[in-house]
Design a protein. Structure first.
Length: 157
């Protein structure tokens, strides 16, 4: 078996759960390549919330992950990742280059996320989308045990 040389860290949490805060905290003094589908959406469409080109967005994001891991860089994937298919695509990429994998689950109470979202000055997520993402998040919690993560970290607020 190949030695694990790079690490893929994947965040999982609904909008306003604190993913950006975790990213900021994690990057202090650590050298991560951050891959953010929101940033790619911003570059492609001028709007980080525009979901119309998601196939292309994730094709580019996954390519960035593969290239960085292949170069031996640690990667932080900053997205909601509330579906098994989203997480499994990343696990498959990490497996191609024998990268170590860590899943960080942000278990911020839904009411807190709704409140934070309501007070945002930009990037406000429609409430109907918040409920959908929360439903997917809760469903995913029962699926994670079947996924092949090296490490799973639960962050409770």
């Amino acid at each position: 078996m190949s030695e694990l040389t790079a690490e893929l860290t994947v965040l999982m949490g609904i909008p306003a759960s604190g993913k950006s805060t975790i990213v900021s905290d994690m990057l202090l003094g650590v050298d991560y390549e951050v891959v953010s589908p929101d940033q790619i959406r911003q570059e492609l469409t001028g709007n980080r919330g525009d979901q119309s080109r998601n196939d292309r967005v994730f094709q580019l994001a996954h390519g960035q992950v593969l290239n960085a891991l292949g170069d031996g860089l640690d990667v932080l994937f900053d997205a909601t990742n509330v579906t098994a298919s989203a997480r499994n695509a990343l696990l498959e990429i990490a497996g191609r280059v024998s990268a170590k994998t860590t899943l960080i689950i942000l278990r911020t109470p839904f009411e807190v996320c709704l409140e934070r979202n309501a007070y945002r000055t930009k990037y406000i997520v429609p409430e109907s989308v918040m409920f959908l993402m929360h439903e997917r998040f809760v469903r995913s919690l029962s699926e994670i045990g079947y996924e092949d993560w090296n490490t799973i970290i639960n962050v409770k607020e």
